[in-house]
Structure formats: C-alpha cells, structure tokens
Design a protein around this ligand. Structure first.
Ligand code: DQA
Length: 146
C-alpha cells in the first residue's frame, strides 16, 4: 500500500524558515523519518513538495490511481485553496492533514483550513513529529480497511 506525503508552498525552506515556529529540522529530515516509520509498518511512501498549487492538484489526481492514503501539509494553501480541497474530494482513500505549528494559536487567517473539511484527521502543533504520527495513523486506518 502506498501513502503520498505531500507538502505545499515554502516547506522546501523548512529548517531555515522561521525556525522559532517550524523548528530546525529540514524537509529531508522529515522525509527520512517518514520513510523509517513507513518501513516499520510495511508501507511504501511517495514524499513530495511543491510551491505550485497545480502540482499538488496533479499529485492528488495521480494518487487516485496509486495511493491508499494521502498525508498533506498544504501550508498556506490550506487557508486559500478550494482547488486542493476539490482534488481531495475526488480521492477515495484516507486523508490526513498535518500542520507543524498550532495554526489555532497563530493569526486568525490561519484558523480556517479548507482541507479540514475533507480530512479524516488533523494534526497540528506537534512540530515535525506530526508527520510520523500521521504515518502511524494512516497505517492503522489502512489495516482496518483490509
Ligand atoms: C503550516 C501552517 C500554515 O499556516 C503556513 O502557511 C505554513 C505551514 C504548518 O505546517 O504549520 O506554511 O501549514
């Protein structure tokens, strides 16, 4: 079973960008931790990041054919993108949303996420650990399905 782990705009700068909010780990560190966790659970992962909304939409479309679950940190697109929400609504598998920071503790424009209207679960404010927790949860949910 394959899980897509998709990351939105500016997350390529993780570790360098506002470390007081997002920490010092890079996205490559996060990918390595997710791969280790997925390996323990016998899951394949495809890990990707883009600054472009259309690219995330295209990957979600691709996941319709190839993935059982999507873990997504849509970053700023969480708060703006009906297109990402619509793409996720066209995906039949498990959707888990991750935010590194606690978006509810921050500016009010971050409090609403369009993606949360589709997500089966949301993790926020757990730092980069949220990703590995989401991989564990996806593993559990996929096990229940099979
Ligand atoms: C974020 C929170 C968003 O509000 C922000 O735009 C991001 C990252 C997070 O992981 O905490 O880019 O999704």
């Amino acid at each position: 079973r394959t899980i897509y782990i998709l990351n939105g705009p500016n997350l390529n700068l993780l570790g360098k960008r506002q470390p007081e909010i997002y920490g010092h780990e890079t996205l490559a560190d996060v990918e390595a931790e997710c791969r280790a966790e997925a390996g323990r659970l016998g899951l394949e992962i495809r890990f990707a990041q883009s600054n472009a909304e259309y690219q995330l939409v295209d990957w979600i479309h691709e996941a319709r054919e190839t993935a059982a679950a999507i873990i997504i940190n849509p970053a700023a697109l969480s708060h703006t993108s009906v297109a990402v929400l619509d793409a996720l609504n066209a995906f039949d598998g498990v959707v888990l949303e991750v935010h590194i920071s606690n978006i509810h503790k921050r500016e009010s424009f971050r409090h609403h996420s369009f993606v949360s209207g589709r997500a089966d679960g949301v993790i926020c404010g757990f730092g980069t650990q949220g990703y590995t927790l989401a991989v564990q949860r996806a593993g559990r949910l996929l096990q229940k399905q099979s």
